[in-house]
Design a protein around this ligand. Structure first.
Ligand SMILES: CC(C)(COP(=O)(O)OP(=O)(O)OC[C@H]1O[C@@H](n2cnc3c(N)ncnc32)[C@H](O)[C@@H]1OP(=O)(O)O)[C@@H](O)C(=O)NCCC(=O)NCCS
Length: 189
């Protein structure tokens, strides 16, 4: 058994603070002015609105988080609003496991997944490109003055069957990573 593989769960409400803390500690998000309190507030609003939060758990600790907004791109397509792995746990496959879960969720219900990555974040951009994301445009001075963002898009792989919409009972596609939900609950819109 691979003891170092994280479990991907729905972010339990009682773990919002732990997840927000690992995000707020990162230089990238500090630069954007993120604080634990502001993240927690924004996530509670997101949860109420039906956004999706994935958490990576290893040895009982939250080590990564992803925030997906179902129609956050152009009021049409899923948007990955945030992805972060604790700096102490980087390079151990946690980001990959979170992205596998995000893509499985997105492509179960849509043909595209979008995200933004800033020009100073070449590492993350390479990570997304290797997963099949394509840079489709740039936005100058968007989130922070003087910093450009690249819009990245991934199309649903043709091998992925999309579940029928609006059944309310859709199941993950066969390729979806196995999910465990200690204390978690589904919040599918
Ligand atoms: C980007 C991020 C989520 C990747 O998570 P991770 O758990 O470290 O990634 P993984 O261990 O799954 O790595 C997957 C691959 O991408 C590479 N990679 C990931 N992040 C990288 C980085 N910042 N620089 C260089 N390479 C990186 C890894 O080396 C690995 O390559 P390999 O498959 O050839 O071994 C994480 O580095 C992070 O939280 N960064 C800060 C926040 C951030 O940039 N978020 C994205 C905003 S758009």
């Amino acid at each position: 058994m691979d003891v170092s593989a994280p479990s991907i769960i729905d972010l339990p409400p009682q773990s919002l603070r732990d997840a927000a803390t690992l995000v707020a500690e990162q230089p990238l998000f500090e630069r954007y002015g993120a604080t634990v309190e502001a993240l927690e507030r924004a996530w509670r609003v997101g949860i109420e609105a039906g956004d999706r939060f994935e958490a990576a758990v290893l040895d009982g600790r939250i080590l990564g988080v992803a925030w997906l907004v179902p129609s956050g791109a152009f009021a049409r397509s899923p948007y990955l609003r945030l992805l972060a792995v604790a700096s102490t746990a980087a390079g151990r496959g946690i980001g990959t496991a979170l992205m596998d879960a995000c893509e499985a969720w997105a492509f179960e219900r849509a043909d595209d997944l979008f995200l933004l990555v800033n020009d100073d974040n070449e590492g993350a951009r390479g990570f997304y490109e290797r997963r099949g994301f394509e840079a489709i445009g740039r936005i100058h001075d968007y989130v922070l003055p003087g910093l450009d963002e690249t819009i990245m898009r991934k199309r649903r792989p043709s091998s992925t069957d999309r579940a029928p919409a609006a059944t309310g009972t859709s199941q993950p596609p066969p390729h979806a990573p196995r999910r465990s939900r200690p204390g978690g609950s589904r919040r599918d819109p």
